[in-house]
Design a protein around this ligand. Structure first.
Ligand SMILES: [Fe+2]
Length: 369
């Protein structure tokens, strides 16, 4: 009885603190803000709530279905409603997180897409650059054994110099999605510059903890929703989040709507579906929703799915859809089952329904994939 009473007193005392934490916004920068008229269509919010472990460890008790889930029923291109919050659960940010979110302002997906929308597409094929995994390794010994410092910066600069419509990074920009590491990344991006709009895909390392219970709220405060789509010429590009090692029914429904177009369709996601065993070994890919994802991109007639996560280069046709693995953006070339392991980036041209990739190795001449 005494224990029950004690618990009641504890809850009564603690509740105002919890409620305050839950109500405080992550950062003013995390608010989606108004969509500029020059940006048709608006990037969509993520369709990923509720997800077990999506909130940070200290707030797991608040991992309740978010109001965001209601917005998942909205049409592609619709504006987020006023109550929409990209993290799903409002939490207090540290001073360092607020600062890095402010510094990231020019790099937000919305800002980069606005730049792109303001430029009329040049005549001819749609052209873009793909840069794969960049994080240097989470542990000292793996960095020491396998990492070559500076490769990502060199390759990103080369990709920016090649031009095209935009540059997209396939996820794992940092080893852990914490303020200090993102601060370093933003410094690198400032040094390289963004001659062309720079877009991101959320990787597992870009979450707070790459392999454990984790959240992506800092990434979202910096860059925005991890699932979004946009169009260029006759191509619809769809970025969908697989960073938590799964694709939920909500995400798949969102993806289905995002792929509902007659245009040529290109998908970017960080992890390959796990059934591509030649790459994943049955481990290094997203498992939940993988079969449904493969069926969906087949049914929607997707021309390409670009993935990273495995630090290598390869292609495979699965259920009639061509998947391209490009994980050589600068991360350590860990031993894996995939033979072609070298640092590289891709240049892609989409001409009608035709998609052509040119591989740009860090060392050596470019070649057609
Ligand atoms: Fe990864």
């Amino acid at each position: 009885m005494a224990a029950v009473t004690g618990l009641g007193v504890f809850v009564a005392l603690a509740w105002p603190i919890w409620a305050q934490r839950a109500a405080a916004p992550l950062a003013s920068a995390a608010k989606p803000g108004a969509v500029a008229p020059a940006l048709p269509p608006a990037p969509l919010p993520p369709a990923l709530f509720p997800l077990r472990g999506e909130t940070g460890r200290p707030l797991r008790m608040f991992a309740l279905p978010s109001l965001n889930a209601l917005f998942d029923g909205a049409k592609p291109g619709a504006e987020p409603p006023p109550w929409y919050h990209p993290s799903g659960v409002k939490t207090q940010a540290t001073q360092a997180e607020r600062l890095v979110a402010q510094l990231a302002k020019p790099w937000r997906t919305r800002a980069q897409l606005q730049r792109l929308a303001q430029e009329p597409p040049p005549p001819g094929p749609v052209r873009f650059q793909v840069v794969g995994d960049a994080e240097p390794g989470r542990f000292f010994f793996s960095r020491w054994l396998f990492n070559v410092p500076g490769v990502f910066e060199r390759q990103l600069a080369a990709a920016q110099a090649r031009g095209g419509d935009f540059v997209i990074q396939l996820g794992d920009m940092v080893s852990r999605g914490v303020a200090l590491q993102y601060r370093g990344l933003l410094g690198l991006l400032e040094r390289v510059g963004a001659a062309r709009p720079y877009l991101t895909v959320l990787g597992n390392h870009d979450r707070r903890s790459p392999h454990g219970a984790s959240d992506s709220r800092l990434y979202q405060a910096l860059f925005g929703p991890p699932s979004y789509w946009f169009e260029r010429g006759n191509v619809r590009f769809v970025v969908v989040d697989s960073s938590a090692g799964r694709m939920t029914p909500l995400q798949l429904r969102w993806l289905d709507r995002a792929l509902d177009t007659e245009r040529t369709k290109i998908v970017f996601t960080h992890m390959p579906p796990i059934q591509l065993r030649a790459w994943t070994g049955g481990v290094a890919g997203f498992a939940v929703g993988a079969r449904e994802f493969a069926e969906l991109v087949e049914r929607r007639g997707v021309s390409r799915v670009y993935v990273g996560h495995v630090h290598a280069l390869d292609t495979v046709v699965h259920r009639g859809v061509r998947y391209v693995l490009s994980g050589g953006g600068g991360s350590p070339l860990f031993p894996s089952a995939v033979k072609r392991r070298f640092h590289h980036t891709l240049e892609v041209e989409v001409d009608g329904a035709q998609v052509r990739e040119t591989v740009h190795p860090l060392l050596g001449r470019p070649f057609a994939l």
